[in-house]
Design a protein around this ligand. Structure first.
Ligand code: ZN
Length: 347
């Protein structure tokens, strides 16, 4: 299966943070043919292990399986669902979006609504409607009706968006943060070839609420080096200053030099740069971004883990649709697989 096909499946799967089961099952299926063993830890990270020599470094790859979403917080007596946010979502993108409520009785469809603009006062219309003034309309008449069809407080809610290829290499879809990392990790395992290193490819949980799964997974794996595979913000749309973010969609994998939580270990950065140059893979460098990735948490595990990040410059992350270049994703896998081959020379 190609990276494009895997990304389509992963993007269309649902896994609001803390409820990653569907994505985890898919990751197990996709990684299984390429590894010796698969373990799920107590926090429900999935760890695919390719055994190497005991004397060689243990490498941890990490891609988070969760996506930002919502959670049912209250059901009004008229049957409207008010919600909490799971992960960073800009309130401005919520209004009028189609969503899916994942109840124990099955999925329900709904629309995020607000007080109609037609009856808003002039001043009201100019301000952003905050998420706590919004509600999900599932078309029922009462709290009892909502409960009867399965709605419960705490049900996860995801955006309803389908993957599509819209250009030669350009795709749009839900949850590219970080299903593209998941797809790259599968592709890396596929392309990796023989190595003496032990590889632990980890699909982590609860990244979007504070890199939580990475903490327990890294403690358990106890790696000698780690690479997180994730997305970063593409700055190639109108209104973005180059100073704020200079990386662009389609210009190659992005290597983080430093972000809000990680200063890439110099040996890891050297390894990735050497491999990119040797394999003639175009890359972009990035520093000073406010966000971070699983690598930040992994790097502080036990006595410290030299860590780095390979990311795909993606537009419109944390919204119903992201946009990215498949070429960037493919080259990220190529780069990561080649870096694994070189680890013993650098460590
Ligand atoms: Zn991410």
């Amino acid at each position: 299966m190609s990276l494009n096909e895997n990304l389509e499946k992963l993007s269309n799967a649902y896994g609001v943070t803390g409820r990653e089961e569907e994505v985890r099952n898919l990751m197990i299926k996709l990684m299984k043919p390429h590894v010796d063993e698969i373990v799920v830890d107590k926090l429900e990270n999935v760890i695919a292990i390719k055994k190497g020599k005991k004397s060689s470094p243990k490498v941890m790859l990490a891609a988070h399986m969760d996506e930002v979403g919502l959670m049912v917080k209250t059901v009004t007596k008229e049957g409207f669902l008010q919600f909490a946010k799971m992960g960073g979502i800009d309130d401005r993108i919520l209004l009028a979006k189609k969503v899916i409520i994942h109840t124990q009785k099955g999925p329900l469809q709904g629309i995020i609504g607000s007080k109609p603009p037609h009856i808003q006062k002039e001043a009201e219309r100019k301000k952003i409607v905050a998420f706590d003034e919004l509600f999900i309309d599932i078309g029922v008449e009462s709290r009892e009706d909502a409960n009867a069809i399965g709605v419960k407080i705490g049900d996860p809610v995801s955006f309803d968006a389908k993957y599509a290829k819209i250009g030669k290499d350009v795709v749009i879809g839900k949850a590219f943060d970080d299903r593209v990392g998941c797809a790259i990790m599968v592709e890396t395992l596929k392309q990796m070839g023989k190595t003496d290193c032990t590889i632990c490819a980890v699909g982590t949980v609860q990244e979007e609420v504070g890199l939580r799964g990475a903490a327990t997974a890294a403690f358990g794996v106890d790696p000698d080096i780690a690479i997180a595979l994730d997305v970063t913000i593409a700055g190639d749309v109108p209104g973005v200053r180059e100073f704020d973010t200079s990386v662009k969609m389609g210009k190659g994998p992005t290597l983080t030099v430093a972000d809000a939580g990680l200063i890439t270990h110099p040996k890891v950065l050297r390894l990735l740069l050497d491999v990119a140059e040797e394999k003639k893979i175009a890359y972009q460098l990035e520093t000073g971004l406010l966000g971070s990735t699983d690598a930040a948490r992994i790097s502080l595990t036990r006595q410290g883990v030299p860590s780095g990040t390979v990311s795909v410059a993606t537009r419109y992350i944390h919204s119903p649709f992201g946009m990215l270049s498949l070429k960037d994703a493919e080259n990220s896998a190529k780069l990561t697989a080649a870096a694994i081959q070189k680890i013993q020379k650098h460590f």
